[in-house]
Design a protein around this ligand. Structure first.
Ligand SMILES: *Cc1c(COP(=O)(O)O)cnc(C)c1O
Length: 367
């Protein structure tokens, strides 16, 4: 069987280095907010090309706490509107509503799966304060256009880079375009911890300071609380693991690109639409998502043929029970995407024969 993602195999390749990093942390006697975190934050900030990185407990917190920090800094307030792609993963929306801000769903571009700048303008109101573009599946959103639009209208931009570690456009990486950016280090992400983890990157020193307090009970100095903060820290052990894994990420991204190129060159099936990938947008292929009108049949055919696939995602946020208040909205491009998308196996550890088997099975499909 071709597994969707063989995490065990990925981690095994780095086993010795990971064990060393974990042993070093174990022996240090210091497990929260210490040198491992400082060192990973510095490495990740410089790798992304920004001034600051703040480690937190997970990707959802990275987004939620950034919006919260902007509230504390008086840049945004309850009831303000945040533009978000209608086809995103639920976490982007949860971060907005958790702060009692209002998500305004904007349709993505049909070819890139990412927020369509041309549609943002039409969604702006006097209450719009921020845009939350998501670099979905590992491809950067159209950040030059989004940043220009944000500047014209005085809006904040928070990138959701949870699926896009190292994705770039014009040699600028995800995490360095917006006023801030949230990353997830969930194990299955391109840069994954061995547990939960997340981080915010930003060039804004004041925001970074606020976030460092918010993640730690609202406190910089023990027992002195500036904000009603939370406990959302990136553990020393996870920071040490991420430090090791970051060193391998560029090579692993190239290996993902090799698989993607093979799929793009070799999958020829009139019923299967391949994802767009044109330079200079540097995709990091967190997911390789094809579209098919008979998606469920294609999924069944591949399962039958021993190829594991997943759907990212079966239900858009505005159709979720949790967001029943938005159920009346209609976002046809998004709704069609959710009915047609299918994620093929992709990872840095796929054997050539596995890639060929996926190609063969997809090419055999007839609805
Ligand atoms: C994974 C993910 C998140 C949330 O990250 P967690 O670490 O799982 O909390 C947010 N946004 C997107 C687009 C994601 O894929």
């Amino acid at each position: 069987m071709v597994q969707f993602l063989d995490l065990k195999k990925i981690v095994q390749q780095q086993r010795e280095e990971l064990l060393q990093a974990m042993a070093r942390t174990l022996d240090s006697g210091w497990y929260i907010l210490g040198n491992e975190l400082k060192s990973f934050e510095a490495d990740f900030a410089s790798w992304c090309g920004v001034g600051h990185c703040i480690g937190v407990a997970n990707g959802l917190d990275a987004l939620t706490l950034t919006l919260r920090a902007w509230k504390e800094l008086g840049k945004i307030k309850e009831g303000d509107e945040v533009i978000v792609p209608a086809n995103t993963y639920i976490a982007s929306v949860l971060a907005i509503t958790e702060n009692r801000l209002v998500p305004v769903f904007v349709e993505p571009s049909d070819s890139t799966f990412n927020l369509d700048p041309a549609r943002i303008e039409g969604a702006l109101t006097s209450k719009t304060r921020a845009i939350l573009p998501v670099h979905l599946y590992g491809r950067l959103a159209d950040m030059p256009a989004i940043m220009a639009l944000a500047a014209r209208h005085g809006l904040l931009v928070l990138e959701d880079s949870a699926q896009a570690h190292g994705a770039s456009l014009d040699d600028r990486k995800a995490g360095s375009w917006g006023h801030a950016s949230g990353f997830s280090f969930y194990p299955g992400k391109n840069l994954g911890a061995l547990g939960d983890g997340g981080a915010i990157t930003t060039n804004d020193g004041e925001l970074a300071e606020t976030l460092r307090a918010l993640r730690n009970y609202g406190s910089h100095e023990k027992y002195k609380n500036l904000y009603q903060g939370v406990n959302s820290r990136l553990d020393e052990i996870q920071a040490a693991v991420l430090g090791v894994r970051l060193k391998h990420l560029d090579v692993q991204t190239e290996l993902r690109r090799r698989v993607a190129r093979r799929y793009l060159d070799s999958i020829h099936n009139p019923h299967v639409r391949l994802p767009a990938w044109e330079s200079p947008a540097q995709h990091v292929w967190h997911l390789f998502v094809v579209r098919c009108e008979a998606r469920d049949e294609l999924l069944a055919h591949l399962t039958e043929g021993g190829v594991q696939t997943l759907v990212h995602y079966p239900i858009p946020p505005h159709r979720q029970k949790a967001y029943s208040a938005y159920a009346g909205q209609s976002h046809p491009i998004t709704e069609r995407m959710h009915a047609e998308v299918l994620s093929l196996p992709i990872s840095p550890v796929m054997a050539d024969e596995e890639v060929e088997e996926v190609v063969r099975q997809v090419n055999l499909f007839r609805p």
